[in-house]
Design a binder for this molecule. Structure first.
Ligand SMILES: *[C@@H]1O[C@H](CO)[C@@H](O)[C@H](O)[C@H]1NC(C)=O
Ligand SMILES: *[C@@H]1O[C@H](CO)[C@@H](O)[C@H](O)[C@H]1NC(C)=O
Ligand SMILES: *[C@@H]1O[C@H](CO)[C@@H](O)[C@H](O)[C@H]1NC(C)=O
Ligand SMILES: *[C@@H]1O[C@H](CO)[C@@H](O)[C@H](O)[C@H]1NC(C)=O
Ligand SMILES: *[C@@H]1O[C@H](CO)[C@@H](O)[C@H](O)[C@H]1NC(C)=O
Ligand SMILES: [Zn+2]
Length: 461
């Protein structure tokens, strides 16, 4: 245990001692655009400091960065920026005001009445409402849905997977969508819930949706990290990780939480991960130590042979990304990925005219290691594996106003459904006699222990 860790733990103790909703009064969000390597490096060094909460990580010159700092650390940050001659601007000097605005807009409880009939898709819902909604749709649509328990979290919440299928006896291609592995990215689960509703309500009414449901089984995990999500509603709106205690460190003395999206068995511990439990990108002590990453692994492995596409929803930045996060080398299916992403972005932008970027994640966002979408591509061998950063581009960041929920959901659905339709159209033209239809197999590049699960036989909780 080094000195840096001990220093971190003063902060941890304070954080753990907070027993009411954390007040972010006077916390600032600062924006800046580094213009040379020295400035990028200075910012990257600051990432080791647990008081610096990067909302947009520094990667290269001319890319926007934003950092949330508490009042006591603002001077330190501003001093560093001045030392390297990096101008900055204040996006807000009181994050608490944004959080209180959001809390008023989404007051829990008022949207619960009526549930499936009255469940609103233009607000953020607390955990109990989301669980009640999933329970209700599984009862209301017994012939179309199956609610599957994919595991219990550290705090005993259930990780739900909703299967939507109109038949086919588990032979149809599968489409997987997961959301909310990072708990503060509220727009992601909101978008996943919108998609569930869209598929169920329009099945049998809208020919396009009916076609998509009759030719694919949809597997949607709308809230991968319920413990973290609960924490963002009840204690700390800006919490990112799960709530597990880091193994090997005693009780309350340590920082909690492992980043499940650094916990997959692919380049575990590589670039942009941390071995410090206080870090917001702490990877844990071994791959798949966490219920959240294991739930995705088990679900994806059981469907890998028929998975048409995998989508993981995050926020924010407005980017659609293909593998890889851990290397800037081109993925084996780079050309096809770009073709599909072009189709998606065209549909996304046609919906509300909002611009998104696209490309391999290591080139469009920043390096990531141990992430879900890389693991799904490399290890599970799912050829079309994408990670999406939804709205916005840093104006409100994680605190995306309620008015943007529906437009974000609509454009994201437009992009996902465009990819699926495009793939189906391609497969149809290919399925002529003599044409090869098999999907390429990707070499397994990481050792992994896999528990295969038959989703079809898992009981509804
Ligand atoms: C947060 O702290 C500020 C300043 O002390 C105070 O005005 C505000 O009411 C607090 N908010 C809540 C929700 O307690
Ligand atoms: C970077 O930030 C500036 C200032 O807020 C903004 O005008 C610009 O559009 C941002 N660029 C990107 C790529 O988001
Ligand atoms: C479900 O399917 C069964 C058998 O096909 C049918 O009798 C029943 O009406 C269906 N239920 C609903 C809610 O559609
Ligand atoms: C579904 O598939 C299973 C195993 O492949 C098979 O045993 C069963 O008969 C099938 N059921 C129907 C209704 O086709
Ligand atoms: C899947 O479930 C259906 C209905 O519950 C059952 O008839 C079928 O045998 C199951 N298939 C497999 C592969 O277990
Ligand atoms: Zn995320």
């Amino acid at each position: 245990m080094n000195l840096a860790f001990l220093l971190f733990c003063h902060v941890c103790l304070l954080i753990n001692a907070v027993s009411t909703f954390q007040n972010f009064s006077g916390h600032k969000l600062l924006g800046m655009t580094p213009s040379n390597d020295e400035q990028v490096m200075a910012l990257r060094n600051l990432m080791e400091d647990p008081e610096m909460d990067f909302w947009l990580e520094p990667t290269r010159e001319l890319q926007n960065v934003s950092v949330h700092v508490p009042p006591q650390a603002a001077q330190k940050l501003e001093g560093t920026l001045r030392n390297v001659g990096l101008p900055f601007y204040t996006i807000t000097d009181d994050i608490e005001k944004w959080i209180e605005r959001e809390r008023e807009e989404n007051y829990p409880g008022i949207h619960l009445q009526g549930r499936t009939s009255g469940f609103a898709f233009d607000v953020y819902h607390p955990l109990d409402e989301i669980v009640a909604y999933l329970d209700d749709v599984s009862r209301k649509y017994p012939n179309l849905t199956k609610l599957i328990n994919m595991g219990d979290t550290y705090e005993g919440n259930i990780i739900y997977l909703l299967k939507i299928s109109s038949g086919g006896n588990d032979t149809r291609p599968a489409v997987w969508i997961d959301a909310g592995i990072h708990s503060r990215e509220w727009i992601a689960p909101a978008t996943a819930l919108y998609m569930i509703n869209n598929l169920l309500v329009n099945y049998g009414n809208d020919p396009y949706i009916t076609g998509l449901v009759d030719t694919n089984d949809w597997y949607i995990m709308p809230l991968v990290n319920p413990d973290g999500y609960l924490h963002t509603w009840n204690w700390n709106r800006l919490w990112r990780k799960n709530r597990a205690l880091a193994p090997g460190f005693p009780g309350v003395l340590i920082c909690r939480g492992i980043d499940p999206n650094r916990n997959f068995d692919i380049f575990f511990g590589g670039p942009s991960t941390s071995s410090t439990p206080c870090s917001s990108i702490y990877k844990g002590n071994r791959p798949f130590s966490e219920a959240e990453s294991s739930a995705i692994r088990d679900g994806v492995m059981s469907l890998r042979d028929r998975m048409r596409a995998y989508f993981s929803l995050h926020s924010f930045s407005q980017i659609w990304m293909s593998p890889h996060g851990y290397t800037t080398l081109k993925a084996p299916h780079f050309d096809e990925h770009m073709e599909l992403l072009t189709v998606a972005i065209t549909a996304v932008e046609a919906t509300h005219g909002v611009h998104y970027k696209y490309g391999p994640s290591s080139q469009t966002l920043y390096a990531t290691s141990g992430s879900a979408s890389d693991w799904v591509y490399d290890v599970a061998g799912v050829r079309h594996s994408f990670s999406l950063e939804l709205r916005d581009r840093g104006v409100f960041g994680f605190l995306l106003p309620r008015t943007e929920i529906l437009p974000t959901s609509e454009e994201t659905w437009a992009g996902i459904s465009a990819i699926i339709s495009h793939l189906q159209a391609k497969e149809k033209t290919k399925a002529t006699p003599g044409a090869p239809t098999s999907t390429a197999t990707i070499a397994i590049t990481a050792e992994t222990t896999i528990t295969t699960l038959n989703l079809n036989t898992t009981d509804t909780p």
